[in-house]
Each structure stands twice: as structure tokens, then as C-alpha cells.
Design a protein. Structure first.
Length: 267
């Protein structure tokens, strides 16, 4: 997104529309809101500002040193998705106050994070079933296939990419909140794709296929110099053991495993 120079006159509706658009496009954003004031302050209750991960801001809550401190605190909040309540006195800079207006202000920081992404490699029957279920569960779904005729009209996919995995990864930034589901048609494709996938920060990498197929894939990757540490990031066969048979049942087993990974440690 191009940077915008929006004045303090930006409306609350514009701020919220920008927030929704940024998050929908995969950005982590902090909403800073002035929730309480007393005496003389630069902006009063209800004033809002957005802070992006590169410290860029949209709107303002008063400018100056106070705003600079809020931006710094907001960037720290993005690391763990936290919310925070900040209290500032604007009286005596010598004593460390971020201003001399004479009042006090309380600012609430709320972090908005985009939905985790699932990159599906292979748009066959299982890949399509995974895309549809993952979308229903609220994930941001990217589907890719090297075959033009197959990578079309994938229900539930937010983005469909035709071509090599290298091309797909140029368009998709995988973070440690995201997942890869490789449901390709043969081991040769997995052998080609996995070194590129392992170079990302993906939280989980699952590969469909039998234990025998994974043994073949793993052996080839080891011969190519892929480390044991990297190979340990791969789960194959992917999915919980539900004795699944149909594409829909396999998709359920795969998404159940991903949800289990996402929720680990929350109980």
C-alpha cells in the first residue's frame, strides 16, 4: 500500500475503512484511540490513529513526542497481538512528560492481525476440498498449481496462482502464523517444491501421501543437502488419523491438524 499523508481531520469512518482494508490485505495494524482526557490536550476522546508495522501512521492523536511514544509502543504490541492502555501527563518534559499542554490523556492500543494464511499446493480434488473448508474456517486461502487448466475457479480461494512454487512465493509472504498444505500429484513435485517452502517461515508444512512416498521424497531431499533440522519441519502424511477416504474427509483431517497446531498452548 502506498503511504498516505492524512491530516487529523480524517473521519472515524475513514479510519475504520482503512483499518479493514489494511487487515484484509494481510497487514498487522494497531488502532490507537484517545479514550480519556483532562484539562488541555491536543486531541480529545474519540480521536483515532492507525500504526502499521513499518511505523507509518494514518491519522493523528496529537503529534509530537507523545505520538512518537505511542507509535513505538504500538510496534511492540504487534509482536504478540497485545492490547495496551497508555497514560500520559503533558505537563513537564524535564520530568519525562511527552508534552507541555498541561493536561493528561489515556490512549488505548488495540492490535488487529490478518487471518493466518494457508498455501495449498495442488488444486486437485483434495486441494479444492481443503480450500473450501479452510475458507469456511476463516483462513486466508491461496491455491497454486503448475497446470493452467487445473488452477481455475477454486471455491474458497482468496488467490489462485498458476505456475511454479517460486512464482507463487514471490506473491505470498509466509509468516510463522501460516501453513502450507502440499497435496500434489507425485513425489517429484514435492522434491522440487519443498526446498523453496523450507526457506520460508511457515508455521507448519504438511505433505500428502503414503509413508513410502515420503520416504522416497525425504531420501532425495537428504541427497540434495537438505538438513535434518529442516526436514523435521515437514509432517507427512499430513492430517490427523481419521481413517479418511473422500476428499472432504481428508480435508477435515488436514484442517483438524492445523487447528490443533494453532491452538497448542492456548488451553
Amino acid at each position: 500500500m502506498g503511504k498516505k499523508n492524512l491530516s487529523k481531520g480524517i473521519s472515524e469512518t475513514q479510519i475504520m475503512n482503512e483499518l479493514n482494508s489494511l487487515v484484509d490485505n494481510g497487514n498487522t495494524v494497531v488502532l490507537a484511540t484517545v479514550v480519556e482526557t483532562s484539562r488541555s490536550v491536543p486531541r480529545h476522546s474519540g480521536a483515532k490513529m492507525l500504526i502499521l508495522s513499518d511505523s507509518h501512521q494514518i491519522g493523528t492523536i496529537g503529534g509530537g513526542e507523545m505520538e512518537a511514544r505511542v507509535i513505538k509502543e504500538a510496534c511492540a504490541c504487534m509482536d504478540d497481538g497485545a492490547s495496551l492502555l497508555l497514560n500520559y501527563e503533558l505537563v513537564d518534559p524535564v520530568a519525562g512528560d511527552p508534552g507541555v499542554c498541561g493536561g493528561a490523556v489515556t490512549i488505548h492500543l488495540e492490535t488487529y492481525m490478518p487471518n493466518s494464511k494457508i498455501l495449498i499446493i495442488g488444486c486437485g480434488h483434495v486441494g479444492r476440498a481443503v480450500a473450501e473448508l479452510a475458507s469456511w474456517l476463516g483462513y486466508h486461502v491461496i491455491a497454486t498449481d503448475d497446470r493452467e487448466g487445473v488452477a481455475e475457479d477454486v471455491a474458497g480461494a482468496d488467490l489462485v496462482i498458476t505456475g511454479s512454487i517460486e512464482e507463487a512465493l514471490k506473491r505470498v509472504d509466509l509468516t510463522d502464523r501460516d501453513h502450507v498444505v502440499a497435496v500434489t500429484r507425485n513425489a517429484e513435485l514435492d522434491i522440487q517444491n519443498l526446498p523453496h517452502i523450507l526457506s520460508t517461515d511457515a508455521k507448519s508444512i504438511g505433505v500428502m501421501g503414503s509413508s513410502k512416498r515420503w520416504k522416497t521424497t525425504r531420501s532425495s531431499l537428504e541427497s540434495a543437502g537438505i538438513s535434518e533440522e529442516d526436514l523435521s519441519r515437514v509432517t507427512s502424511p499430513i492430517g490427523l488419523d481419521l481413517s479418511a477416504e473422500t476428499p472432504q474427509e481428508i480435508a477435515l483431517s488436514i484442517l483438524s491438524q492445523i487447528i490443533e497446531q494453532d491452538n497448542a498452548g492456548n488451553s
